[in-house]
Design a protein around this ligand. Structure first.
Ligand code: FPP
Length: 248
């Protein structure tokens, strides 16, 4: 993983560059952002949710085709109850807002992760958002909620095993494409670029299978402070990388 060192955001022109088709973002650093200000962690998440709205809109406007954001991992349930509730409230608020205010939008909403852990009311909002947006032709926004790359692979292996048992699939016919087809991101291209703000050098269980050849750009900015200009910088860094996919 290469660390992208940048000094301070400068105006960048991204109109001429090679754009990634699929971008993933690990929205990290909300807690530290709040701590620096003497605020509760939930305030960091609220600020992070605002940044998410702004950056998702920006990605859609500049022609990104797929955006996957890591909003809640399978491990995040270990956080204190009040923090988990604050996050669930933010997700609920956003899903309600999307249904109410984004009727003429062109973003396609998808939720990736294990839904079984969410209350009925949230499940309904997820389904309604997916249903109302499914025929749109704009950017696909994957919200990763109760998502874990390992858990996703476990689910895929179970489903594959069942289909082999039932005769729908032959064991010898299983290849890499088969695995991709059993993941939440079925039918979508793998992420070209994964951005991790807040300076941590970890994948944190995000899109494990799909990110085999993704370019990582790690940025020293906390997610609530992430701006369109940081996004441009990451896109520029991506465009300057030489992707070889294991070749020369
Ligand atoms: C990781 O930072 C961030 C999360 C676990 C939550 C991410 C959620 C949001 C940005 C809100 C998204 C809102 C919507 C509507 C999708 P951290 O809290 O672990 O930060 P730290 O490492 O500084 O403690």
């Amino acid at each position: 993983m290469a660390l992208f060192h940048w000094k301070k955001p400068q105006a960048t022109d991204i109109s001429q560059i090679q754009m990634p088709e699929h971008v993933g973002i690990i929205m990290d650093g909300n807690g530290r952002w709040a701590k620096k200000r003497g605020l509760p962690r939930s305030a960091g998440h609220s600020a992070g949710a605002k940044t998410f709205r702004k950056i998702a809109r920006y990605c859609s406007n500049i022609g990104i085709k797929y955006l996957t954001v890591y909003a809640f991992s399978t491990e995040n349930w270990r956080r204190p109850d009040n923090e988990v509730s604050a996050l669930m409230n933010l997700f609920t608020e956003y899903m309600e807002e999307a249904l109410r205010d984004f009727r003429d939008d062109y973003i396609v909403m998808k939720f990736i992760g294990d839904r079984s852990a969410f209350p009925e009311e949230m499940l309904k909002l997820m389904e309604e958002n997916e249903e109302i947006s499914k025929d749109r032709d704009g950017m696909v926004l994957n919200l990763a909620m109760n998502y874990g790359g390992r858990a996703e692979l476990v689910t895929a292996v179970r489903d594959i095993a069942r289909d082999v048992r039932d005769g729908a699939l032959s064991a010898d016919g299983i290849d890499e494409q088969t695995i991709s087809d059993y993941l939440y991101t079925k039918g979508q291209p793998d992420p070209d670029l994964i951005i991790r703000p807040s300076g941590e050098h970890r994948t944190s269980n995000f899109l494990l299978w799909q990110s085999a050849y993704s370019e990582y750009v790690i940025m020293d900015v906390l997610w609530p402070d992430f701006t369109e200009e940081h996004m441009n910088q990451a896109l520029l860094e991506y465009a300057n990388r030489n992707r070889r996919f294991g070749g020369v």
